[in-house]
Design a protein around this ligand. Sequence first.
Ligand code: GDP
Length: 290
Amino acid sequence: MAIQWFPGHMNKARKDVAERLKDIDVVIELLDARLPASSANPMLARMAKGKPRLMILNKQDLADPAVTEQWLAWYRAKTQTEALGMDAGERAPAQRLIAACRALAPNRSGLEKPLRVLICGIPNVGKSTLINSMSSRKIAKTGNMPGVTKNEQRIILEDDFELYDTPGMLWPKIEVEEGGYNLAASGAVGRNAMDEEEVALELLKYLLVHYRADLAARYKLDEETLEGMQDWQALELIGKRRGAVLSGGRINMQKAAEIVLTDFRDGQTGRITLERPDEWAVWEKRAKAI
Ligand code: GDP
């Protein structure tokens, strides 16, 4: 089963965003640095065409730094869009964004022509955290509940600098199967819309190829033992290690899956990125061919 999840009010959100975009000068799109392509919104890219955009790869503290560099280079080269890695909780880099936005729309300044910036991104990617860090006082509510809509906010950061939170929310149509699993692994998808065991198995499949050493270290396993192992075998082994065992000695795979997912989301498994530009190109091509 592939992951497919969009809340019903998406069409309304799309209309609201299109309306809002009319008088926006710069769009900041927040991506999850652990899954930059899956967390991007292709619809937004089309709607904001022609407007200066800034891509922020947020939660870079949880992502693989070498792969973040690959993505930043990819964005700059392929989309001619300025891209930055960020940890939205840090104030100094967040506040430097104000100058970066001003540089993208130099004709907008002063009280007559305030610069209007829209922040977009999937639920839980860190929009509220970033808004708080960009401003000198606490404004936006932050939360950890995917799918909870917040009302649009306009925040006046400086006399001639206005920041808009996305009205409603935009959720990408999941066209690439791997992208759906990556969104689910990151915690962006509501629990009811996914099978945790299936998502954990897909995650393990990727980790066994790219992050075997991290996996071995996290669960005190032998790296060589993991080599050539199937995802379900690794899940069983982790379940055993963590005491996720049912009466009769069977492994509680659901519990083991929850452990694997929670550890990944909290950054306990290491700094991990679930997709690279070259891989994404292959996945996308395959999805389009179907
Ligand atoms: P929003 O739904 O896009 O507004 O997301 P929030 O700002 O509410 O953030 C969702 C969760 O991600 C919160 O628990 C934040 O503390 C956390 N978060 C946001 N930015 C970062 C970051 O750069 N690194 C890490 N590790 N966590 C972050």
